[in-house]
Write a protein that binds this ligand. Sequence first.
Ligand SMILES: [Zn+2]
Length: 479
Amino acid sequence: MANDKKMVEAITSMEDDFAQWYTDVVKKADLVSYSSVKGCTIFKPAGYAIWENIQKELDARFKETGVENVYMPMFIPESLLQKEKDHVEGFAPEVAWVTHGGLNKLQERMCVRPTSETLFCDFYKDDIQSYRDLPKVYNQWCSVVRWEKETRPFLRSREFLWQEGHTAHATAEEAEERTVQMLNLYADFCEEVLAIPVVRGQKTEKEKFAGAKATYTIEALMHDGKALQSGTSHNFGDGFAKAFDIQYTDKNNKLQYVHQTSWGMTTRLIGAVIMVHGDNSGLVLPPRIAPTQVMVVPIMQNKEGVLDRAKALQEELAKVCRVKIDDSDKKPGYKYAEQEMRGIPLRVEIGPKDIEAGQCVVVRRDNGEKQIVKLDEIAGLIPQLLEAVQKNLFEKAKAHRDAHIYDAHDYMEFKNIVEEKPGFIRGMWCGEQACEDKIKEDTTATSRCMPFKDQEKISDVCVCCGKPAKKLIYWGKAY
Ligand SMILES: [Zn+2]
């Protein structure tokens, strides 16, 4: 039993040091390994499988809305990146450059894509001629590189995996519709699949994407009260189209610029899942993305008949869920601790006495609840239990989020909340960037979004400067 203790002791309590707890879980749950490439992590099978499930689910949802997948080159010539002024200014500080091909210096250096707007624009310029070529609703799954100074597994790394959608439309209305549609798709995905409640809203001018007319975002609250931007959708209007000369002839044979959008979600989502649902025993995975939903653990597996019965049970359950059996020679207590650490939603224990009684024991990861279930009823019950875990995780996360939203009416109150109560702060804003800058400098909190819903007036004046207020903002410290 010494081993079980070692495993549990190995993670720092989240109340003591949340950042260390996160690092411990990521390592102990076997999700990643640090590589010798600075700022980049290795996704181990348990970590990559979560991404694969996220990918599968998102991709299916994209395709239901008409999205088609493509693949672009990973290099962008400097001249192409320079074409849209705001865009290049936004990304220049963090791009990595390729200067040599083999032994020869390149005539023009190329960056490793930090995002692919410019490549899609360059492609659309030739591929779109007439209104019949529109809309283009493309997406690519790939990795991008941003030379971050400080990195953390899943949350910030120099190379990360993501999807980036890039669309071109005939009208401004269509582009706006697509921008909102994708944001809502992201929000539904977070809530329904990752069991993470989100606030949907718009970024301020200061926080919007480089080159965008408007950026919409979903913001989630982590267990420690910090916000995590979990997905963004941008409306570019015809700004990029003008910079790249993407025109089409409309039905009246007149030349028009296209209207574009882009939207993305990344492996950060795995970090969000860890920080929203995890506890002091480790990771807690929502069943819909858990690579293994049920683990069968034979007890006294050396006794005749136990392993066979446990394997038969695994086979039966494989028809209704993603199930594995842990028939290693580790002690049951160690196996339990390990599966808890890895966040497997349900554990099914079966030993000689259970077999005799025609039953097994099911244990939930989310609340530790144990129940004895008849073996001939277990296959029918597992899907219901998985649904119950999924629902409970969302409700728990929502209750936690809602209990950590505070209203601030003046600057003193605002600063006190930032200091003492981690969470979202709702506060009115005058619309001036100077106030956002001041708040960030004084408190490190940033404007997360102007929520679409609940745009109520909690006060008449800006929480920072006291001038007449224009918008309600969710503020918070963020990852
Ligand atoms: Zn103000």
